[in-house]
Design a protein around this ligand. Structure first.
Ligand code: CP
Ligand code: NVA
Length: 313
């Protein structure tokens, strides 16, 4: 891919996750904890505010949590299904942005190409939030580290092992992990490592926060003693035609009970979901008491409410 994290975002956008420095992530997590503990306080916080949700790919969690999130704070949402037509196909992305900014207060977009998000942000005077692109999934990674902070109390020095494909979720975990001071070890098959420019950006931030970032080959090496073991699908949305070939290549990266036994005794399992049970993770691991996958899904709601409060108020 070779794409450097973009610097185009204004302070009000969330396009890559790099817009939030370590202090802003801490502030966001404080707000998330309050939103989660006292949702009634925020019942009218975004009254009269509307979100446009543009999705070029399917979604369960991201769509539901953004829609419930804004509605539970007094606002509303409009879902624009773009799973059949790419953004920019019917009219230019610029014109989409210039129209939407007249009616709604923010755009949440899930796209095939990061540059579509950047184009939206360049032309819209309202915040644009990345709901997943081929390169990043910032809302997911923020919810994941919030989940780990709830579980362990402290993120500084905690080790998260990500095994599997060096994809969008992996990239966002690297960027967010570096910001919260967590150690992130990534193990992937050859040719599926995370993007070098994104790793370099994570390493730059990690030097400031004393986090350790390691890109490895063996799943066992990454998982050894880790407090958190994370995996994602081996073929992401848009890569379905590669799924069969990837199944063979990624088989040694399956998170099963034998691999989990290498983690710290208090180690937890994470997955952004949707999961392909029996491929990247076994039922036994998904359904074990140490699995926090549904806590992660719940926290998408609370973290995104805090993101909306931060960007829209
Ligand atoms: N984890 C996640 O983003 O799920 P959806 O694809 O269902 O939104
Ligand atoms: N890497 C996956 C994440 C889904 C939430 C994908 O892009 O399909």
């Amino acid at each position: 891919m070779g794409t450097a994290p973009e610097k185009l975002a204004t302070a009000a956008d969330l396009l890559t996750g790099t817009e939030f420095n370590a202090a802003r992530v801490r502030e966001l997590f404080r707000l998330t904890a309050d939103v989660k503990a006292r949702p009634d306080r925020y019942r009218t916080a975004l009254a009269g505010r509307y979100l446009a949700l543009i999705f070029e790919k399917p979604s369960l969690r991201t769509r539901v949590t953004f829609e419930v999130g804004i509605q539970s704070m007094g606002g509303g949402s409009i879902f624009l299904d773009h799973t059949g037509t790419r953004l920019g196909q019917r009219e230019s992305i610029k014109d989409v942005a210039k129209n939407l900014e007249r009616w709604v207060q923010a755009i949440v977009a899930r796209v095939f190409e990061q540059k579509a998000l950047e184009e939206l942000a360049a032309h819209a005077s309202i915040p644009v939030i990345n709901a997943l692109s081929e390169l990043y999934h910032p809302c997911q990674a923020l919810a994941d580290f919030f989940t780990l902070e709830e579980r362990f109390g402290n993120l500084q020095g905690l080790t998260l092992a990500y095994v599997g494909d060096g994809n969008n979720v992996c990239h966002s975990l690297l960027l967010a992990g570096a910001r919260v001071g967590a150690n992130v070890r990534v193990a992937t098959p050859a040719g599926h490592e995370p993007d070098a420019a994104i790793v370099a950006e994570a390493l730059r931030v990690a030097r400031e926060t004393c986090a350790k970032i390691e890109i490895l080959r063996a799943a066992e090496e990454a998982v050894a003693g880790a407090q958190a073991v994370y995996t994602d699908v081996w073929a992401s949305m848009g890569q379905e035609q590669e799924a069969a070939q990837r199944e063979k290549l990624f088989a040694p990266y399956q998170v099963n009970e034998a691999l989990m036994a290498q983690a710290a005794p208090e180690g937890v399992f994470l997955h952004c979901l949707p999961a392909h049970r029996g491929l990247e993770v076994t039922d036994a691991v998904m359904d074990a008491p140490s699995s926090v996958v549904y806590d992660q899904a719940e926290n998408r709601l609370h973290v995104q409410k805090a993101i909306l409060l931060t960007l829209l108020v």
